[in-house]
Design a protein around this ligand. Sequence first.
Ligand code: ZN
Length: 295
Amino acid sequence: MSIDSRESFYKDKIRHIRVANTGGHRAPHKPLLMLLVLGQYLKGKRLIRFADICEPLTLMLREFGPYRRNYYPNFPFIKLHNDGLWKISGDVAVDTLNRGGYSKNFLIDNHFTGRFEPGFERYLLEDRNHLLDIARFILETNFPATIHQDILQIAQIDLNDTAERTVDSRQKGRDPHFREDVLIAYNYTCAVCGFELRLGRNPVGLEAAHIRWHSAGGEDAISNGMALCSLHHKLFDLGVFTLTDQYEIALSDMINGNVGIIERFRSHQITLPSRDYPAIGNIRWHRREVFKGSI
Ligand SMILES: [Zn+2]
């Protein structure tokens, strides 16, 4: 098969992934598993242990799946096998069509692992862009654009990371704890406006922003992060506002329209984190490279 026909072959398979007994409900379990695994492939891993992926997959299901009293990461891990994209194996044989399924502990105790089906794996690995393109496709066919970045952050996928990298920098990758560390340091509150909302246990509408962008060499460190609500994150990344060396909010003089949403915070100091204040070097980078104005 040519590259083009393989691309449509696999996208077709992904589009038709079977979801059992959902009665019209959204079932993003398999897509979320695939995104997590793609993130692992980007880091050079191939054989994915269920024991390793159980926790992040549960987190993904809780944050991005429909509300459930309990979450079962074991189901997609086993059932994806039946879609021809994924192979699992463990100490004992299982019937992947078994309706009752197998418990989390069963999969852990019997050392179950999974990896993409050989042909699919070959396609993903022969060109980094294939892998990123498949990740983008899974996102776009299953989730609204507003939560793409949140999902990618947990899956540790940077869709813009297409350039050829040395093995060293690729292995360095993203720090999976960045988001959580930043949100904790800022007490789950937007540093600009104080927005803080949870849905059950999960913070919503709150993001860990990079001050110096990752694509520009910014670190996954609290001193390069800020907890911002979705709106202020967007305004910050677009250069509507920046910070002074005293952590005060400076506004672009280009803004017009209903500016109250940000104007009210002009010259206010942001709410500083419990540790690791934003590094001045990172703030100055943002001021120089992103901010639409001068101070
Ligand atoms: Zn805010």
